[in-house]
Ligand binder design. Sequence first.
Ligand code: GTP
Ligand code: MG
Length: 449
Amino acid sequence: MYDDDIIAAIATGYAVAAIGIVRVSGRGSLELLEKIFTKKPPYEHRKIYYGHITDSNGEIIDEVLVSVFKAPNSYTGEDSFEISCHGGLSVLNFVLERVLEAGARMAQPGEFTKRAFLNGKIDLSQAEAVEKIISSKSKRALFIAQRQLAGKFSSKIEKIREKILFLMAENEVIIDHPEEDISSIETKEKLNMLIDIKKQLKAILKSSQYGDVIFEGVVLAIIGKPNVGKSSLLNILTGTSRSIVTDIPGTTRDVVSGNFNIKGIPCTILDTAGIRETNDVIENIGVQRSKKALKEADIVIAMFDASNMLDERDTGIIDYAVKHSNKVIGVINKTDIKKANFMLPFDKIVEISCKNETGVDKLEDTIADSVINLESDTDIVSLNANQKESLKKGIDICDKLIDDFKRGADPALIGVDFISLADSIDDIIGKISNEDMLDTMFKKFCIGK
Ligand SMILES: Nc1nc2c(ncn2[C@@H]2O[C@H](COP(=O)(O)OP(=O)(O)OP(=O)(O)O)[C@@H](O)[C@H]2O)c(=O)[nH]1
Ligand SMILES: [Mg+2]
């Protein structure tokens, strides 16, 4: 299926450390080891050997420990080994050079994991999880990726797939024996099974959107008329004094951004110029940028000042927020000098005082709730764009099949739709036929993984 030539790479980071690892995998790699290592075979699976890596003249390059993994029970599924060297960069490079000289070639980024995939050691969603484990920035993200690597998601998909295959087989019976009624279950029951499959696929798609939030984060934009306290809020949330705060309306002229973390969700917050009609050229550009930021944001925080009645500029902000975002959190600031009570047409409203820093915890909770409201993290998965596309396709075909069943369509036609449904499910965890797609996926990995 693929070239199983010997690949090698430094698997640890490019910094001086106590230990560094050179990783080698491929057919014949243990014979290669024999050539460069003072400890001669036999080499057993999952054993560690002490010895020296030597150059072609027998000169010692490093004193090392070599871990041996034999096909098919290694990470890649091939014979492979890892040399734990002293962690100096030149030592590692000399050992790698020696391995290359003895017949290996440099591995591409993610090539070890790609081989694990091609050898059926892991499926696509698990390969995706490996990359997520490496890049996860919070414990929450890490735990979700670990569960996905453990195959929890794959077995869920596998169960859905079994149901589809069952329905397919039932349909085949009808095609083969059109005159007899020998199907084991009623059409209504089949319809219910399909509806249930669709429901499950939709739930997975939704949970993958949560996955995106946890791994990629959310963008929040604060909008409001000048002087309501937008920059003050950015500073509190990010714990910085990044955005300039003054009592002069129109202080913020450009979009200022900051990063912080709520319950393991990475957030980027954009403080914008107060949106108002203005003749000031610079401020006007700022206002245009605010509007653009608002369109890019996942959540909009529309801010108002409790020390004054709402005016027409506030109503303008309300209209604008409602029109341009489906997730708006209304924030009423300056409650320490509250003079006015007003109603806002948003589902979520939080009262705060940036001055006294009250209500900010509640705002953080509200932000977290707006992006994630699953009962637990156990269902959250992280999928790539192709996998999400396959899920959407699966959902569409379910709709089509439900319709087919309802109007009693020709079983032959139903059979064709079932095949596409099974294919789209396979694409989520399994077989990608297209080599380019595979390469794109594994390029995200670092070299040596
Ligand atoms: N009393 C009180 N004053 C506040 C509060 N929050 C902000 N302020 C003050 O309100 C003024 C404006 O705050 P900013 O954070 O600069 O407001 P902004 O919305 O960014 O204003 P522009 O950038 O001009 O649009 C400053 O003088 C702040 O100190 C609050 O909760 N209570
Ligand atoms: Mg400001």
